[in-house]
Design a protein around this ligand. Structure first.
Ligand code: NDP
Length: 329
């Protein structure tokens, strides 16, 4: 009899979609040339949307959710990987159209895998996860724009969340003066501990934005969209830039052309899912070198595999601080 493993599986019926914890075997996995023993996974905002069905993230049923994982190769016919290799996977539609990381096993296309960089272990890789890797892609976008430490303040929105907390930690370590916004002012000490020089209440960014505000930020990393992002754009200094990656507030962007045509600001869209492999490897290498791993311990916590459905609700309700790491049973 084929070996069985534990997995969450999302199915769809006329009553809608339903997520169950069940036993599967290799025949339930999808095609791929590398099989991985998943050792750690995590919960990202997108996983929250997928598990609760609040957005149509899952586009193939039945499917194992989980957009990222780290683990060891069990079997491979891919040239780049052999048994025992330690790997990370995030994106490429895994947990959306291809079975993902909320299972003890995954079978994937080896071209999607990133070798675990020196300096990181498998748990740290998932303490970083898609959120942290997206934070690094955002930092790299601001650097590519020419922003250097000392050039001026960098604003990070949603700073207590996954992307935000790692963005604050990386920017702080690189020597930037970071200002964090949060809806949880009780997390001020947590955020200054990560490297924020100042912490602002996000309510200051909630009202409809004026076309132009006071020039405050050389750069910004935004996870919120909506009025928050519109206010941020109106406050970016002449020639500055924002890296935008999220929609925690809204998909809408009620802004004007004023910051672009009167202050020459730039906006960089950040996509983690289909980012090319070279950029992924660079981002993961940079995380191994430019993130204080002691801070990573502080901003991550262990979550039981059985508690993933509750964590899905929590992350959508802004109740998760930092990064939740799930060790597969
Ligand atoms: P988290 O839930 O961990 O963090 C989001 C944070 O946003 C919350 O913790 C909260 O921080 C803040 N927030 C929540 N609601 C609002 C609101 N109404 N207005 C303003 N701020 C709000 O999620 P992640 O960090 O994992 O992801 C953040 C966003 O980035 C999500 O929208 C996600 O889908 C997106 N994302 C995009 C990726 C890409 O490839 N482009 C990849 C990864 C994530 P606080 O309490 O501190 O204010």
């Amino acid at each position: 009899m084929a070996e069985q493993f534990q997995a969450y599986q999302i199915g769809k019926s006329d009553d809608g979609q339903r997520c169950v914890l069940t036993q599967l075997d290799d025949s339930d996995l999808m095609e791929g040339d590398v099989t991985v023993r998943v050792e750690y996974t995590t919960i990202n905002y997108k996983d929250g949307l997928a598990l609760t069905g609040r957005s149509p993230i899952i586009r193939k049923f039945p499917l194992i959710p989980g957009i990222d994982f780290s683990g060891s190769v069990i079997e491979s016919s891919h040239d780049g990987f052999s048994e025992g290799d330690r790997v990370i996977l995030n994106g490429f539609g895994v947990g959306e159209v291809h079975c993902g990381g909320f299972a003890q096993r995954a079978r994937v296309n080896g071209d999607w895998l990133v070798p675990l960089p020196d300096g990181l272990d498998l748990r740290q890789a998932m303490a970083i996860g898609t959120a942290g890797y997206t934070a690094m892609l955002s930092v790299m976008a601001l650097e590519d724009h020419g922003i250097k430490p000392g050039d001026g303040d960098i604003l990070v929105t949603g700073a207590s969340g996954g992307v935000g907390s790692i963005a604050v930690a990386v920017l702080g370590k690189l020597g930037h003066r970071v200002v964090a916004t949060t809806g949880r002012m009780q997390e001020r000490d947590f955020l200054t501990g990560l490297g924020a020089a100042d912490v602002l209440d996000r309510s200051q960014f909630a009202d409809k934005a004026r076309p132009l505000g006071k020039e405050l930020w050389r750069g910004a990393i935004d996870v919120a969209g909506g009025n928050t992002l519109a206010n941020v754009l109106s406050q970016i200094c002449y020639g500055g830039a924002a890296a935008i990656c999220g929609l925690a507030e809204s998909m809408n962007l009620p802004t004007t052309v004023a910051p672009f045509i009167l202050r020459g600001i730039s906006v960089y869209g950040i996509d983690s899912v289909m980012a090319p492999l070279g950029k992924r490897k660079q981002a993961w290498q940079r995380l191994a070198s430019d993130l204080d791993l002691k801070l990573l311990d502080e901003l991550s916590f262990d979550l039981d595999f059985n508690d993933l459905p509750q964590a899905a609700e929590d992350i959508l309700n802004g109740r998760i601080r930092g990064r939740a790491v799930v060790k597969l049973p």
